[in-house]
Design a protein around this ligand. Sequence first.
Ligand code: AMP
Length: 191
Amino acid sequence: MLNIVIFGPPGSGKGTQSEYLIKKYSLAHISTGDLLRKEISTNTELGALAKSHIDKGELVPDDVIIGMIDSFLDKLNKDTKGVIFDGFPRTVEQAKALKAILNSYKTDVTIMLNLQVPDKELMTRLIERGKVSGRSDDNEETIKKRIEVYNTQTKPVMNFYKAENKLANIEGVGAIETIFETICEAVDKVK
Ligand code: AMP
């Protein structure tokens, strides 16, 4: 299987690049952020719990997120060519859990694409996105908190994949198509 972790701070283009990857490599896709927002919009208990964290720019607890990934992979068609993990793992605990779950299916993460974008550019992009996204966490105060959470809690995940020789740094500023070309070069080397 070709299993891709698409990684980077909020606003780095993970969702956009995932859409391109899904089409080109025919992969399944899981965005934990999208799943949580769906729970919120359908007023589930999990949605209420998620909202209390998301609106503050904090991470949703690991056990909740890992449970979601577990059930997604459990339901996955066994002929699937691979999966794009978008917005997950966001803690080292989640990265370890993902490895254990994938190993139980006799597979593992193939590559981690690390989209690199400076903080200032992220802020500009997310404030622009906030004007159309309707996302409750795309406001200046929450964006600052999300970037801080990324730097303290999520960045260490990079070292986890670096130690496994799976980290590919991608320049995340420039034309979407150019960034995608760089991504494809990295993926084609390992697939
Ligand atoms: P995203 O759409 O990926 O930007 O995620 C939006 C928000 O959902 C994040 O700021 C977190 O509050 C929550 N979230 C999404 N994915 C995760 C995850 N893997 N671990 C913890 N919280 C998450």
